[in-house]
Each structure stands twice: as C-alpha cells, then as structure tokens.
Ligand binder design. Structure first.
Ligand code: AP5
Ligand code: MG
Length: 216
C-alpha cells in the first residue's frame, strides 16, 4: 500500500516513516531528503535548492514533481511507498493525482501528526542526523547509542535549516500552504489524525493499528 504522512516541521514524519520502512517492507520517499541529496552533489541546482530550504520556503513544484515521477515509475516500488512531506500544496496534490493514475497506483491511507509549536522547536533543536546511515536521533528524546546506532558518533550532524529563524519560517509555510490540503484527503475518507505529542513508540503503535485495519 502507498501512504502519506503529513505534519508540521519536526512532527516526527521521518521518524515514523523509518519505523514503517523496517516493519512493513516499504520505501520512504522524503522530498526533503531527496533535495538534500541534490545539495550534497554540489550542483548548481543543489546550490539554488539550498538557498530556498534555508529560507524555509518551498522548492518549485516542477522540481518536486519530476522527483516524484521518477519514483512512481519504478516497477519495484509499486504500491510500497511512504510519502514523507509530500504533497505540500494544492498544485502538488493535483500533479500527484495525475501521476498516480498514470502509473496505476493509489493512496490507501493518510496520517497527520499533530504537534504544537513549542514541542516542534525543542524537537528540531535537539535533532541529530547520521550523515552515513540517515537515521534520525534527538539529544533530549532519542539519543544515539550503541544499541540503536552502528555508525561512529562523529557522523551525527545538524541540518542547516534547523535554527530558530528557519524553523519559524518553515512552520509559517506549513500553516499557509500544507495545512489546507488536509481537507482534500479528509473528504476522501483517507485522513487519520494522530496525536503527535505522545512518545515515539506510542504514536507508532497507533499508526500500526490503523495500518493493520486497512484492506490491502
Ligand atoms: P523536510 O526535510 O521534509 O522538513 P520538514 O517538513 O520541516 O520536516 P522535518 O524533517 O524537519 O521533521 P519530521 O516531521 O520529519 O520530524 P523528525 O522525524 O525528523 O523538508 C525540508 C525542506 O525541503 C522544506 O522546508 C522545503 O524547503 C523543502 N521541501 C521538502 N519537501 C518539499 C515539497 N514537497 N515541496 C517543496 N519544498 C519541499 O523528528 C524531529 C525530531 O524530533 C527528531 O530529532 C526526532 O528524534 C524527534 N521526535 C520525533 N518524534 C518524536 C516524539 N513523538 N517525541 C519526541 N521527539 C520526537
Ligand atoms: Mg523529515
């Protein structure tokens, strides 16, 4: 099945997607990660993307839709995708619907993680990402240790957009552009609202129980 996880910056989209990837044999499609991969390449496109991300704005839809089409067209990935942070505006929803039809795929379920602004700030400011394996940790809530992380601690880094100013801008962009599209999925009876303020494991249990009740 294909699913979407929505939520404001720092809500736990990546964290919950990584759990689902492990247990349900799915593939995570994080547009944020794909864009950061382009930045790492050091290309001109990557440099332009970096400037936009560091302002907390959205990268142009055309770039995003092209990335999504590459993934949807892969036969191995058919109906095995978790969209983390995509679509983010109405225009992306429209293109996504078109691409889903083109590649004969559908969305089975949409989750949205509700978290307040104060918690978002603490979560993002405490986030560490492993530049080797991509796992997400948190100095307050989920510290990396020998049991949950195999790489050397020197690889733990912070994202360049994880500062107070950019977090505020990302949040404002989310409220203006992304929050309104939840209605679209609600009307289709696909939306499940999750209390994202709970602990990681509790949220994951709730998501799994909803996934278990879905027809495949
Ligand atoms: P993206 O990378 O997707 O950033 P985001 O949406 O701001 O979300 P985050 O990745 O910051 O948070 P998350 O919800 O994944 O939380 P996480 O699991 O890491 O996008 C970055 C940028 O790219 C955008 O701003 C935009 O510029 C651009 N972009 C991306 N997609 C785009 C698109 N479709 N169109 C246009 N532009 C696009 O958790 C956060 C921290 O909290 C971690 O440390 C984690 O360990 C911890 N944590 C998680 N859950 C809990 C919990 N329940 N309790 C306590 N701590 C928790
Ligand atoms: Mg993320």
């Amino acid at each position: 099945m294909n699913i979407i996880i929505f939520g404001p910056p720092g809500a736990g989209k990546g964290t919950q997607s990584d759990n689902l990837v492990k247990d349900f044999n799915l593939i995570k499609v994080s547009t944020g990660d794909l864009l950061r991969d382009e930045i790492k390449k050091g290309s001109l496109l990557g440099k332009n993307i970096e400037k936009i991300i560091d302002k907390g704005k959205f990268v142009p839809d055309k770039i995003i839709n092209d990335l999504i089409e590459i993934i949807l067209s892969k036969k191995d990935y058919l109906n095995r995708l978790i969209f983390d942070g995509f679509p983010r505006n109405l225009n992306q929803v429209k293109s996504f619907e078109y691409l889903l039809k083109t590649y004969n795929q559908k969305i089975s379920c949409v989750f949205t993680l509700n978290v307040d602004k104060k918690n978002i700030l603490k979560r993002i400011l405490g986030r560490q990402i492993c530049s080797q394996c991509g796992l997400i940790f948190n100095i307050y809530f989920k510290p990396a240790n020998k049991t949950n992380h195999n790489c050397d601690s020197k690889y733990l880094i912070r994202r360049s957009d994880d500062n107070e100013k950019t977090i505020a801008d990302r949040y404002a962009t989310y409220v203006k552009e992304t929050f309104p599209i939840l209605k679209y999925y609600q009307k289709q009876n696909l939306l499940h609202e999750i209390n994202g303020m709970n602990e990681i494991e509790r949220i994951y249990k709730e998501i799994c129980s909803i996934m278990g009740s879905l027809e495949t």
